[in-house]
Design a protein around this ligand. Structure first.
Ligand SMILES: *[C@@H]1O[C@H](CO)[C@@H](O)[C@H](O)[C@H]1NC(C)=O
Ligand SMILES: *[C@@H]1O[C@H](CO)[C@@H](O)[C@H](O)[C@H]1NC(C)=O
Ligand SMILES: *[C@@H]1O[C@H](CO)[C@@H](O)[C@H](O)[C@H]1NC(C)=O
Ligand SMILES: *[C@@H]1O[C@H](CO)[C@@H](O)[C@H](O)[C@H]1NC(C)=O
Length: 468
C-alpha cells in the first residue's frame, strides 16, 4: 500500500502539467530580445519543468499583454501600462508591473525607454491629480460613476481613490531608473520636479488631523455602494485621526478603504523612497530646498512609525500595527497587497532578521491575523477585497522573498505551481480549499512578481531552482 502510494507521488511530481500560455508572437505588445534570452536560458537551467513553464508564462506577462501604448517621442518617451483586466493605468500596478525588468534595462535601450516613458506619464498624471489611483488613456474613455469627490477629478482620471502608495510608486519607479542608468535628463525637467513637489505637498496636507483640517479638507470621497470598503466614513472624511507625523491614506493598496487612515506599510514605503529620491535630487543644481524637504519628511515619518505604530500584542509582544489613528487606536492585521507588513524587507524598510519584523511576520502568518487563511490547498494571507478564505499568490510570493528558510521557500514554490488551476498563470486569489475557484485570470503585477521571485532565488538560493 505504502509503496504504491509512494510510486504514485513520484509519477505525479515528474509529470509536467502546466501549459505554455504566452500570446502568439505577433500579438505581444512589447518585445525585448534580452527578456527572450533570459527566458530561454532559464528554461534550460531550471530543475522543475512546471516552475520553468510558469516563469516563461509569467515573467514577460506585462510586456506581452499590458503595454497598451509606447511612443519613443522626443524629448521624452510616453508609456501607458494597463493592469490587464481593466484598460486603465494604475500608478501602483504599473510601477510593480515593470519591476521584473529593472535589471535588464541597461542591456536594452527600448526597455530603458519604456521605463522612462512610464515615469514621464506618471509625473504628468500626478501633476494633474495627486489624489487619483488610476488614469485613462484619454478623456474620451469616460466611466460613468457617481462618486462624490473633492477635488473634482479631471476627465482623464479613471478612479479617485487617494492611496499614499500610488504617489510612492512614482518615487520608486524614478529611483530604480536612476540607479540603473544614471540618466538624469528627465529628472532635470520642471515636470518631474513639479511632480515631486506635488507629492511632498500632498503628504504634508495629509498629515493633518481631522479636526485640524475640518472645513478645509483637501480630499473627500464617497460612493453609492453596498460594499463598505468602497466608500469612506463621515461623508467622505474617513475615520478621525490625530496628527502624529504619519501621512493618511484614504484607501489601501487593495483599493479598499482604510479602517484607520494612517496606513503603516504605505508610510514605511514612503520613508524609504523619499530618502532614495532625495539622492537623485541632491545631484541636481539648485534643488537644495527640495532635497531638504524630502529628507525632513522621510525622517519625520520614520520617527512617527517608531512612536505610534509599534504596539503590544497579547500573544506576539511588540509588533507593527497595520493602521493607526494617532489617538492610540490601532488595527492589527495584514493584507496581501504590497505595501504590506509581510513585505517590509522587500520594501527595504527593515532587514529580514530584524526581531521586530520576525515577531510581526509570525503574527501575520498566524490565525491572529484576521486575513490569514489555512486550508487544504494552501495557507497564506488574503484580505477584505476578495474576502474570507481566499489566499493571494502575491502574499505567498512575498513570504518566499522575505525568508532564507529553504524549506519555507520550497513549500511556497510547490503551492504556487499547484494552485494555478492549470492556467499556468498567477491569480489574484484562490479558494484555500479549492484552487479551481479563483479571481482574476489576468494579474500582470503578480505574474511579474513570480518572475522577480525566481530572479531573486537565482542569486540567493540557486540550488533551490537550478539543476546541479
Ligand atoms: C508619438 O508622439 C509624437 C509626439 O507627441 C506624436 O507626434 C506622434 O503622433 C506619436 N506617435 C504615435 C504612433 O502615436
Ligand atoms: C481613447 O482611448 C480609447 C480606449 O483606450 C481608444 O479606443 C481610443 O482610440 C482613444 N482615442 C484616441 C483619440 O486616442
Ligand atoms: C534657482 O532657483 C531660483 C528660485 O527658483 C531661480 O530664481 C534661479 O533662476 C535658479 N537658478 C538656476 C541656476 O536655475
Ligand atoms: C494549517 O493547519 C494545519 C492543520 O490544522 C496545521 O497542521 C498547520 O500547521 C497550519 N498551517 C499554518 C501555516 O498555520
Amino acid at each position: 500500500m505504502q509503496r504504491t502510494f509512494f510510486l504514485c507521488l513520484l509519477v505525479a511530481s515528474s509529470l509536467s502539467l502546466l501549459p505554455k500560455a504566452r500570446p502568439p508572437v505577433d500579438q505581444r505588445k512589447f518585445t525585448s530580445n534580452v527578456v527572450e534570452d533570459l527566458i530561454a536560458q532559464y528554461q534550460e537551467k531550471m530543475q522543475d519543468e512546471d516552475l520553468a513553464t510558469l516563469f516563461s508564462n509569467c515573467f514577460p506577462n506585462t510586456l506581452d499583454t499590458t503595454v497598451d501604448y509606447f511612443n519613443d517621442s522626443q524629448p521624452f518617451p510616453t508609456s501607458f501600462v494597463i493592469t490587464g483586466d481593466i484598460t486603465a493605468m494604475w500608478l501602483r500596478d504599473s510601477m510593480n508591473q515593470l519591476m521584473p525588468y529593472v535589471g535588464l534595462m541597461k542591456s536594452d535601450v527600448r526597455l530603458q525607454k519604456l521605463f522612462l516613458g512610464a515615469i514621464h506619464t506618471q509625473a504628468y498624471f500626478i501633476n494633474l491629480d495627486p489624489y487619483a489611483n488610476a488614469f485613462n488613456f484619454n478623456a474620451t474613455q469616460v466611466e460613468s460613476r457617481d462618486d462624490q469627490v473633492k477635488p473634482t477629478p479631471p476627465p482623464l482620471v479613471h478612479e479617485s481613490k487617494y492611496e499614499l502608495d500610488s504617489l510612492v510608486s512614482f518615487l520608486k519607479l524614478s529611483r530604480v531608473y536612476f540607479e540603473q542608468t544614471g540618466d538624469d535628463s528627465y529628472f532635470k525637467s520642471s515636470q518631474w520636479i513639479d511632480a515631486i513637489r506635488t507629492v511632498i505637498r500632498t503628504c504634508r496636507l495629509q498629515q493633518r488631523g481631522t479636526l485640524e483640517a475640518l472645513g478645509d479638507e483637501d480630499y473627500l470621497f464617497s460612493r453609492q455602494t453596498t460594499t463598505s470598503t468602497e466608500t469612506l466614513f463621515s461623508g467622505g472624511l474617513s475615520t478621525p485621526v490625530r496628527r502624529c507625523g504619519l501621512v493618511k491614506s484614504a484607501f489601501r493598496p487593495s483599493d479598499d478603504a482604510t479602517l484607520f487612515p494612517y496606513l503603516v506599510p504605505a508610510n514605511a514605503m514612503l520613508t524609504v523612497e523619499l530618502m532614495n529620491v532625495a539622492k537623485i535630487i541632491r545631484t541636481l543644481d539648485n534643488e537644495t530646498e527640495l532635497y531638504k524637504d524630502c529628507v525632513l519628511l522621510a525622517k519625520e515619518v520614520r520617527l512617527a512609525i517608531e512612536e505610534h505604530a509599534i504596539v503590544n500584542h497579547p500573544v506576539y509582544g511588540q509588533i507593527i500595527a497595520y493602521e493607526v489613528n494617532g489617538f492610540g487606536g490601532y488595527n492589527v492585521m495584514d493584507d496581501a497587497n504590497v505595501p504590506s507588513l509581510l513585505a517590509l524587507p522587500y520594501m527595504e524598510y527593515m532587514k529580514k532578521d530584524d526581531p521586530l519584523y520576525l515577531r510581526t511576520r509570525e503574527f501575520v502568518l498566524s490565525n491572529y491575523n484576521p486575513y490569514f487563511f489555512n486550508g487544504s490547498a494552501a495557507a497564506g494571507v488574503g484580505g477584505p477585497h476578495v474576502g474570507i478564505n481566499y489566499v493571494w499568490p502575491m502574499s505567498l510570493i512575498i513570504k518566499a522573498m522575505t525568508t532564507d528558510d529553504k524549506a519555507e521557500i520550497s513549500q511556497v514554490l510547490d503551492t504556487l505551481k499547484d494552485t494555478t488551476a492549470d492556467t499556468g498563470f498567477m491569480h489574484e486569489s484562490f479558494n484555500v480549499n479549492d484552487p479551481t475557484q479563483f479571481t482574476r485570470p489576468w494579474f500582470a503585477w503578480v505574474n511579474g512578481l513570480y518572475g522577480q521571485l525566481i530572479l531573486q532565488l537565482a542569486t540567493e538560493h540557486p540550488d533551490l531552482i537550478f539543476k546541479q
